[in-house]
Design a protein around this ligand. Structure first.
Ligand code: AP5
Ligand code: MG
Length: 216
């Protein structure tokens, strides 16, 4: 399956993607995680992305699209993928469509996670992220690690993302409404969108997501 996951910051895209990717045996591709890995490795790409990310703004399209396409070229993505955080504006959505058309493949569905803004703020404020791998995330109330401050999966140190500060979150939400929400209509015109509520326990949301994807 080839799936795109959309939803506001803190909706639980990364959390759900980890389970969905496992259930569907496809790779979880998060452009945010790819940027953070580049930043921690000190690459040129990471240097180009850092200031935009810290401010909660979008990294320029020319950097992002090239990185996403390179990742899609990896052999593990040949038979399916779950994109998390890409595309994030209409220009990227069109670039992805052109990329897929060139390979005579198409998306199977777009899963839209719906969460009220006050819950988004609660989720982001309590999130803790692993320094080794930003796909490993926790929450001080909803998903506690076994030992405080330590990642269950790899023993990495848990920290709070710079862009999880309140003023950065406000900007990320504005960017989401302005830039990213319009792609939901773009994909609705292709009949690809399934909207589900992302409220409630993580496992319940996963079940809702799997049910929605089976109907796609
Ligand atoms: P990115 O890393 O994609 O951030 P985001 O979209 O803002 O989303 P988050 O990762 O903050 O939230 P999430 O939905 O994954 O939620 P999570 O599962 O962690 O992007 C970061 C930056 O990179 C962007 O601002 C931009 O600068 C750049 N970038 C990335 N892609 C780009 C692109 N395509 N173009 C340009 N720039 C790009 O969950 C949040 C918290 O809630 C966690 O603590 C979790 O434990 C908890 N939680 C999850 N589900 C539940 C639940 N059901 N109940 C209770 N708690 C829950
Ligand atoms: Mg995420």
């Amino acid at each position: 399956m080839r799936i795109v996951l959309v939803g506001p910051p803190g909706a639980g895209k990364g959390t759900q993607a980890a389970y969905l990717a496992k259930n569907l045996s496809i790779p979880h591709i998060s452009t945010g995680d790819l940027f953070r890995a580049n930043i921690s490795q000190g690459t040129d790409l990471g240097k180009q992305a850092k200031a935009y990310m810290d401010a909660g703004d979008l990294v320029p399209d020319e950097v992002t699209i090239g990185m996403a396409e390179d990742r899609l070229e990896q052999p593990d993505a040949a038979h399916g993928f779950l994109l998390d955080g890409f595309p994030r504006n209409e220009f990227q959505a069109r670039a992805l469509d052109e990329y897929l058309q060139r390979r005579s493949i198409a998306l199977d569905g777009v899963l839209d996670l719906e969460v009220p803004e006050d819950e988004v703020v609660r989720r982001i404020a309590g999130r803790r992220t692993c320094r080794n791998d930003s796909a490993h995330t926790y929450h001080v109330e909803y998903k506690k690690p076994k030992a405080e401050g330590v990642c269950d999966e790899c023993g990495g140190e848990l920290y709070q993302r710079v862009d999880d500060a309140e003023d950065k979150v406000r900007n990320r939400l504005e960017v989401y409404h302005r830039e990213t929400e319009p792609i939901i209509d773009y994909y609705k015109q292709q009949n690809l969108v399934a909207t589900i509520s992302a409220l409630g326990p993580v496992a319940e949301v996963t079940k809702r997501a799997m049910d929605a994807l089976r109907r796609e």
